[in-house]
Design a protein around this ligand. Structure first.
Ligand SMILES: [Mg+2]
Length: 402
């Protein structure tokens, strides 16, 4: 190993510039470094402790060039493997090592991954409202900004706090917000939302909707069938992740394109959906699935079955995680679309760089690596604030999937 590539310092940085982020900086003997993202929304400190106590000692002295071997040694070599906490910590290391390799080579990460296959990454943003009309107005604003693809969510009448609407995105410090879900009004409202959207916005805009794993297989089949005339770009995460074979039932009844994956943490979780062609878009979160190394393998399996990628791009991963998405998007032949959100302005105090939006597409600079820097002094100005994910209950008080 060149002494310049010997890992001598691994710094885990927990910061909250409007959102909690767990960031990682891997430094080598020569001062060459890379940055990664290990943010797991609502479980941030579990990942930070894993990185500090269990992973950092295994990295000190390793050759930063050996991304694949370090990945295998942290995933299989430590015996306890998988799950969101361990695979988010693994992703932080993996993304930092790809960034470091790019800086060393003087090349952007997409170039190391095979080079550009496209001029930009088609992206979508979120339109949500308390009423169908408000959701439509917000979608119109996004279309005026150039978005060709829009995700639409609307509050469900008769329930309180609907996932993906404005009131549902609050993260209180003192305990989880309780949202309510009832399938009957939900299944009545969403087709009406799409009736209204198509009447007002026309056929050209591509529309997605996120079910957030809340339906049973037969309910999801009904919704996908009823939405067929509206030609969705995709229906996202209709079912819980534990039994992917359930997607067969939806497939038997509908040609509405399906997307799934943000609760998956490895390529093996994705396999039945890909090999049986039960979905059209695989949308794992690179930050929760072992990083760029695992993402490119998932993309390669998906390519074999004509499934496209749509990596998860929520506000709770940092611009470093979003940069990893876009570098992989640009280099992936079977890329489909990229979810994207704008972070609060304070985020730019702590993390410089990240993808830029222009006229419906995302892009990254040609800077070596991912094109992101962490201002560690600025990060200290924004200490961690505990934030809870909401929980969902039915009208009778029983637990439902959030
Ligand atoms: Mg989602």
């Amino acid at each position: 190993m060149s002494s310049s590539l010997k890992i001598t310092d691994v710094r885990t940085i927990v910061t909250c510039p409007g959102r909690n982020f767990v960031l990682l900086k891997i430094v080598t003997e020569s001062g060459l470094y890379g940055v990664g993202d290990g943010t797991l929304n609502g479980r941030e400190l579990a990942v930070a402790e894993t990185l500090r106590e269990y992973i950092t000692p295994l990295l000190i002295g390793r050759d930063a060039d050996q991304i694949e071997d370090i990945w295998q040694s942290l995933f299989r070599g430590t015996y306890w493997r998988g799950g969101p906490v361990l695979n988010t910590a693994l992703a932080a290391v993996d993304v930092a090592l790809w960034d470091l390799k790019g800086r060393r080579a003087g090349l952007p990460v997409y170039s190391l991954l095979g080079g550009r296959t496209r001029t930009g990454a088609l992206c979508y943003a979120h339109a949500a409202g308390e009423t169908i009309e408000e959701t439509t107005d917000r979608a119109t604003v996004l279309m005026e900004r150039g978005f060709r693809v829009v995700r639409v969510q609307t509050a469900i009448p008769g329930t309180s706090g609907t996932y993906g609407t404005a009131a549902g995105s609050v993260q209180p410090e003192d305990g989880p917000l309780v949202e309510q879900f009832e399938p009957a009004p939900y299944l009545r409202t969403i087709p009406r939302l799409f009736d209204h959207l198509r009447a007002q916005l026309g056929e050209e805009v591509e529309l997605c909707h996120d079910v957030h794993e809340r339906l049973t297989p037969i309910q999801a089949a009904r919704l996908a069938k009823e939405l067929e005339p509206h030609h969705l770009f995709f229906l996202e995460d209709p079912l819980r992740p534990e039994h992917p074979e359930s997607f067969r039932l939806i497939r038997q009844h509908s040609t509405t394109p399906l997307a799934m994956g943000e609760l998956f943490t490895s390529r093996w979780d994705c396999l039945p959906l890909l090999t049986e062609q039960l979905i059209d878009f695989i949308r794992c979160d690179l930050v929760h699935t072992g990083g760029i190394t695992e993402g490119r393998k998932i993309a390669a399996i998906a390519e074999s079955f004509q499934v496209q990628t749509a990596w998860h791009g929520p506000p709770d991963i940092s611009p470093i995680g979003h940069a990893a998405n876009v570098h992989l998007d640009l280099a992936t032949a079977n890329f489909g679309v990229q979810e994207w959100v704008e972070h609060p302005p304070e985020v730019a105090d702590v993390i410089h760089g990240g993808p830029t939006y222009h006229d419906g597409y995302l892009n990254v600079s040609d800077a070596p690596g991912l094109g992101c820097e962490i201002d560690e002094q600025a990060a200290k100005k924004y200490p961690y604030i505990r934030g809870w994910l909401p929980v969902t209950r039915r009208a009778d008080g029983s637990v439902h999937d959030w």
